[in-house]
Design a protein around this ligand. Structure first.
Ligand code: URA
Length: 233
């Protein structure tokens, strides 16, 4: 059971003050009956409407095409954050990015307010593939493919899990697939091979593929098959 005003604010569309005002104005109905008491406890299965339109309160899943120059944190006093690219209602809901992309990296970022799902997707136990398109200074070759397949050892002695490297365009670019998310991992793996990354873009995260119609900075809600695929993963 949850307070009616809380049920409304949970959507991110209204502040607590606005929710209370809507309820007191008689614009909110619970299972078809107008309720004017913000503190009224409502069952999570009850149908709540505002001006007759249903209030959706389930978790939100968004795909963002992160542009370079914005940081993946939710809050930063000096930098532009990925959340500032979203409408106010999503910021109020407490969405957060599932994993991070570096400030200079681009590509697919999943944002949600579903903590348990995010936790599973980020856990190395679940082996979620992350695919990156990279450009490097130098030329990647078969020795790099083998080294990544074995698991490179980063400066400081950290060993990475085996990763897949598919060399493209004569070695100046490649697709890299990793299943973990160490700090600057792809850049550090390729730097350890003497081929520093000059451009990095995440093209897939588990079953999700970056929507080619999304411009940089653009976002959209995941569709039902995408959400189902994430849960099946
Ligand atoms: N690896 C990196 O080096 N940077 C990212 O943003 C993601 C993976």
């Amino acid at each position: 059971m949850e307070r009616l005003d809380k049920r409304l604010t949970g959507t991110g569309k209204w502040s607590r003050t606005e929710a209370k005002a809507l309820i007191r104005a008689g614009r909110v109905a619970v299972d078809g009956t107008v309720c004017r008491a913000p503190e009224q406890k409502t069952d999570e299965n009850a149908s709540v409407t505002v001006d007759g339109a249903p209030v959706e309160s389930g978790p939100v899943y968004l795909m963002l095409h992160k542009p370079a120059g914005v940081v993946s944190s939710t809050d930063d006093p000096r930098e532009t954050t990925v959340l500032s690219l979203l409408p106010e209602e999503y910021r109020r809901r407490g969405l957060f990015p599932v994993g991070r992309l570096d400030k200079d990296a681009e590509g697919l970022l999943l944002l949600t307010d579903d903590g348990p799902l995010a936790h599973r997707l980020l856990s190395p136990k679940y082996h979620v593939d992350k695919v990156y398109y990279v450009e490097v200074d130098g030329a990647l070759d078969e020795s790099d493919v083998s080294a990544l397949a074995e698991g490179v050892v980063l400066g400081g002695g950290t060993r990475c899990l085996p990763a897949r490297l598919e060399v493209l365009e004569g070695g100046r670019s490649a697709r890299v697939t990793i299943q973990e998310g160490k700090y600057h991992q792809v850049k550090r793996m390729l730097a350890s091979r003497g081929k520093p990354v000059t451009y990095l873009k995440r093209t897939a995260f588990g079953p999700l593929v970056l929507d080619p119609t999304l411009p940089k900075g653009g976002w959209r809600a995941l569709n039902l098959p995408e959400i189902q695929a994430l849960f099946r993963h």
